[in-house]
Design a protein around this ligand. Sequence first.
Ligand code: CO
Length: 615
Amino acid sequence: MTTNPIKITDTTFRDAHQSLMATRLRTEDMEPIAAQMDEAGFHSAEVWGGATFDAATRFLAEDPWERLRTFKGLMPKTPLQMLLRGQSLVGYRTYADDVVESFVDRSADNGIDIFRVFDALNYEPNLEIAASAVKKSGKHLQMAICYTVTEEGRLGGSIYNLDYYVNKARNFLEFGADSICLKDMGGLMAPYDAVELVTALKEFLPVPLQLHLHYTSGMASMTALKAIEAGVDVVDTALAPLALRTSQPAIEPLLVTLQNTDRDTGLDLNKMLEMGDYLESMLPKYRAELETPRAAVIDAKVLSHQIPGGMASNLVSQLREADALDKINDVLEEIPRTRAELGFPPLVTPMSQMVGSQSVSNVLFGRYTMISEPVKEYFRGNFGTPPSAVDEDLKAKVIEQDGGVEREAPVRPGAALDPEMDAAREAISDISTDIDDTLIYALYPQTGLRFLNIKHGLEPIPDDMKPRTAEQQASPSASQAAPADMSPNARRFNVYVQGQRFEVDVDPSDAGTVVTSASGAPAPSTSPSPSVAPASAGASRDGSDAILVAPMPGMLVSIAVKVGQTVSAGETLVVLEAMKMQNSLPAPIAGTVKELPVAAGTQVAKDEALAIIAP
Ligand code: CO
């Protein structure tokens, strides 16, 4: 009866937890069901790539290569799949060709069988090197087309219409694709649009067609079913405990829906339920990561704001860290506006982070008061050609900041970069000569270096990178609580006195304030008066000094000035990496750099003082 079984890729170990819990699932918590997963009969298991590489090194003190080898050992039968961002690999910028070639080669060697390769702008030149490296490795090359829509919210219109996807599929085939994937990051593909797309693509594609959906808007189960009826070859699903919401459709109902049809999955429901039981028993320790402020399981608004799953959970955790979760609706409204100004890029990594954090910055500090470095690079054409025209005034603003000279953008952005692997080898030669370690550094020079120091025992594992138990999750440390007699305006600061760090709670005693935020605008009245802060810290800070504080938590990447140096207002003092973007923070006033309390490479909290300027 089953003439054409639908094949299933399980995403539980990668996209599912990337979407629902900011990619925080640890290897040790996946290992217990990896062997069962291997026996389940999936077409493939997506276990790596995307944000897992970054999250493992940045937040979990876990070696991502080791994770891959662990899965390979426990899952020898099931092809292991990864998501690769073309020339951006598993990072957020364009890397040099030698990094791309080496990364693909090492990924294949460590256990990846199927590479799903995409570019955020569906820009072919950005796929060339990664695609040819996969072909060279002898592994399966899946070329993925990012699916998105414009304001219409449906397939069609002047940019993202049927012709667009048919043309992209034809172009992507030419890379030697072993399969083609339609990748709907935002849950935007409507069921009947899927029928139209699948029918048109299956008409000419000589290779299998796979569909990757996110449930976000509530359409994905219907879309998967209609696509299966229309003849799609493979669909992505996740086990129920990590399915739905912003993740993939659940396998269990789909499996039963298709039983005894010509597209029966052939999978065993009881095996799925057993693995689901394990996840249910393990996941309570991740309650903080899984928590959302929303009541609804679906987000119907996604049909207008088009925010992909991983991006939505990141926005929530970033705004929570920045103490601004109440601004979430403003940010969601800002995103379509920012996206239009950027020429309607598909909202997928790195574009989703770029549009997302630029929108957060626009809401918190004023529209384009700070333009992140990647967004500037985008306007310079260094991510490739945008799908549609960008805002001319913004482009002019970036050119003006570049000194009035418009730089010529290369056709293939990667071709403009000098090789990077030798410098990376050199940079970590005191720590390691291992090629996989070198790639970690080449991908993320700041957070990667910190990870390598931890991995090789040169730095202790910070407490916030250690695994937690369900009990610890239930009773958060009481030490963070402020004394009962402090006002809600109180803020905690790290204050450095002669190299020693002190945590100081500051409660403002009057409204007068000269503390300025990074935007150069007066800080909100909740900021402490410096006449209070220095007094309680025992340091001698003149009341008229301006303090540049971190507008959001992040890592201080570099310091552009020295103590004693004269600076003008607006001049870059430091570069803060926050929300995975590098942001230049300008001097709030003209004056002399009096203190630089934080060293480069340090993780800083929101409102932590980064520079003190005496007028
Ligand atoms: Co996805």
